[in-house]
Structures are given as C-alpha cells and as structure tokens.
Design a binder for this molecule. Structure first.
Ligand code: NAP
Length: 305
C-alpha cells in the first residue's frame, strides 16, 4: 500500500513495490498485520513535509507483526519462522503496510495476542514506555492521561497500572466503562476538568501525559502544579507551556526497551491491545479515515493476506 504524492486517502494505492531486505541488525517479516496511527495520515497529507519529508513512493505504517523470513547480519536470538512484533526503521517513517517489512526493533509475539493485536502494539508500547520513564514514575504515584481511550492511552494506562500507579484517564462518556476495564478511573475531558479530577483524586496528581493534543496543556499544567511533571506526545506547542514534547527518534536504542517486557506482561494476562477496527490492506484508505476521525477506541489495524 503506497502513495506517490502527498494528499488525501485517495492517493493510497495497492501496487507492486520493490522487496525490502533485512540490513545488519534487522529482520524482515512476512507481515500479518500492521498498525495504523495518526502519524501515517499526518505524513501522507504532507502536513509534516518540512519536518519529516517522506521519499516517494512511500509505504505507510510504523509497526507490524508477522513471521521472520530473513535475518540480517549480526542478529542473534531470532530465527526464520519466529513470530514477532516490532517497529520499522525509524528513519524510513513507514514500510509496515506491505507484504514484507523490515524491523529494527522487535520481540517475540506474545502467545496471548493475535497477529492483529500484536501488529498494532509496538509503537504504542515504545511511546508509553518512553513517557513513563521520562516522568520517572514510581509505585503509588497518580498519573492523569488526557486522551486515555486511544492507541497511546490504552497501552499507557495498562503499563502504568503494571508499575503500581493509580491512573485517571480522560475520554468521552461512552468510553468510561471501557477505561475502567483497563484499570483507569475515567473522567470526561473539557472545561471543568480540574474539578472532576480533584473529585476522584483528592490526593492530587503527580504526573500527566497529554496523549490528545487538543489544546488543554494550560489546564493540565495547572492540575499537575508544575510543567516539569507534564509530558505531551501530541502538542507541538508544548514548549510554550514549559512542557516536554516527547518524540520517537533514533538513538537511545529506539524501541527496544519495553517490547519484551510488554510481551511478558501480555502472556501474564496483564496487557491487552484493544482493537477499534481491523481492515484488510486493500482498505487502507478507510483505515486512515477512521484514524483521522479522532475517536479510535484502541488500535486500528490492517491485515495482510
Ligand atoms: N510523539 C510520539 O512519540 C507519539 C507517538 C504516538 C502518537 N503520538 C500522537 O499522540 C496522539 C494520540 O495518538 P493515538 O494513536 O493514541 O490516537 P488515537 O488512537 O486516534 O486516539 C485518539 C483519542 O483521543 C481522544 N480524544 C479526542 N478528542 C479529545 C479531546 N478533546 N480531549 C481528550 N481526548 C480526546 C479520543 O477519545 P474519545 O473517543 O473518548 O473522545 C480517542 O480515544 C496523536 O496526536 C499522535 O500523533 C505521538
């Protein structure tokens, strides 16, 4: 699934593409499922072309699950035939929505996750882990997540719960029971948030993640009492509020930390990947549109026949 120019979902087309191969330290997988994230359609639309230009033709998709069919030089502990989930090379900005994809960070696919669930997990595991580490969370703390019902939110809620935190998550009311099942205390986002949070967390909030990017940083900083205790992954305006903007990137062993740990938690029944919708690869345009709707409950995933 690729596009040859920036534009709306209609620029996506199912074409023959050059087969990728595993370079040193990489594996290639026969993809069974690939995640769809807001970054896929931000990149496709051209809105990030100054910051992160893509090379055409571009195959979207930052994470995937499948079966290893090529092992690059220097890779140990992974063999052809292993079922894995992981992240495409960061600098490629895509490549997962295809029959074959190269991964630069991966872990065994948990037995308890389907390929669809595993295909949508790696990017959000990486993000959640990076944010929780940056915030130096510790058992007993209270974390507020703005936008807790989406891909990033659902994984961060559960990984924070596994570290012994109390989690308050914002979502529309129809997602409150869903958040409770994941272990979060739900509250509705929007005006009056501080009062609603105070009602459920009289002890106060220690740290905050903005996973929505809907302009609420001033309120979130007021709730935390200190911008240093707030992180956003979604609001490029963070610096104006003194808030750290956390981004994926090269270096710092991008992606590795957390994938195996998440797989272990999954097989202990402590980490699930709620799926909002599953589309066949040929319907990638519909999957991008569903993501752009902004109200995914968990992950959107593409399956590869
Ligand atoms: N920097 C990074 O490393 C990084 C990594 C991954 C994602 N991101 C960014 O993080 C953001 C979230 O990604 P995602 O994959 O989790 O998106 P997503 O799956 O599309 O989730 C969107 C969620 O936002 C909630 N939402 C909508 N309007 C809201 C509002 N006004 N206030 C609070 N929540 C609201 C929705 O909940 P309701 O349906 O209940 O309204 C929905 O669950 C995106 O901007 C994405 O680009 C950044």
């Amino acid at each position: 699934m690729q596009y040859h120019r920036y534009g709306g979902p209609e620029v996506l087309s199912l074409d023959e593409a050059e087969e990728p191969h595993a370079g040193p330290g990489q594996v290639r997988i026969a993809v069974r499922a690939a995640g769809v994230t807001p970054a896929d359609w931000y990149l496709r639309s051209g809105m990030l072309q100054e910051l992160l230009p893509v090379r055409f033709p571009h195959i979207p998709g930052l994470d995937a699950a499948g079966v290893v069919d090529e092992v690059g030089e220097g890779v140990t502990g992974t063999a052809v035939g292993d079922a894995v989930y992981g992240l495409v090379p960061f600098l490629q900005l895509g490549g997962a929505s295809a029959q074959y994809a190269v991964l630069e960070a991966w872990a065994p696919k948990p037995r308890s996750w389907s390929f669809e669930e595993a295909g949508g997990a790696a990017g959000n595991v990486e993000t959640a882990r990076r944010v929780l580490d940056f915030l130096q969370v510790a058992e007993g703390m209270t974390l507020l997540i703005e936008g807790a019902a989406g891909g990033v939110g659902t994984l961060t809620v559960q990984l924070a719960r596994a570290r012994g935190l109390t989690v308050i998550g914002t979502a529309s009311e129809h997602n409150h029971a869903f958040l409770e099942q994941l272990g979060a205390v739900p509250v509705t986002y929007g005006p009056g948030l501080a009062e609603r949070v105070a009602a459920v967390a009289p002890q106060g909030v220690d740290v905050v993640l903005d996973a929505a990017g809907k302009g609420s940083l001033a309120d979130l900083v007021a709730i935390a009492g200190d911008p240093g205790r707030v992180v956003t992954v979604a609001d490029l305006d963070g610096a104006r509020h003194g808030v750290h903007v956390s981004r994926s990137g090269v270096g710092q062993a991008h992606g590795w930390a957390g994938l195996e740990e998440a797989a272990v938690l999954a097989d202990q029944g402590r980490l699930t990947v709620p799926l909002h919708a599953v589309f066949p690869l040929k319907e990638a345009a519909a999957a991008h549109e569903a993501s752009a709707g902004g109200h995914a409950r968990g992950k959107i995933v593409l399956t590869v026949p």
